[in-house]
Design a protein. Structure first.
Length: 68
């Protein structure tokens, strides 16, 4: 996992908000995929801390999290 500080510029990233997020609901996540990693941040604190994981690790996490 790669930790990113809020001071790093994420403006070049295209962020996608979780379909479970709402403007007045609980906090959720946004992700931005690049060739090297998937970046993750809090949708209610876009300028706050964020982290990035390698694509294969993100794919394994999503597969695990989607098991019901």
């Amino acid at each position: 996992m790669i930790l990113k500080s809020a001071a790093e510029d994420g403006s070049a990233l295209t962020w996608r908000k979780s379909s479970y997020s709402s403007n007045d609901g609980p906090d959720c996540v946004e992700v931005a995929a690049t060739v090297a990693a998937v970046h993750v941040r809090d949708s209610k604190n876009a300028e706050g801390p964020r982290f990035a994981v390698a694509g294969p690790a993100w794919a394994r996490f999503v597969a695990y999290a989607s098991q019901g």
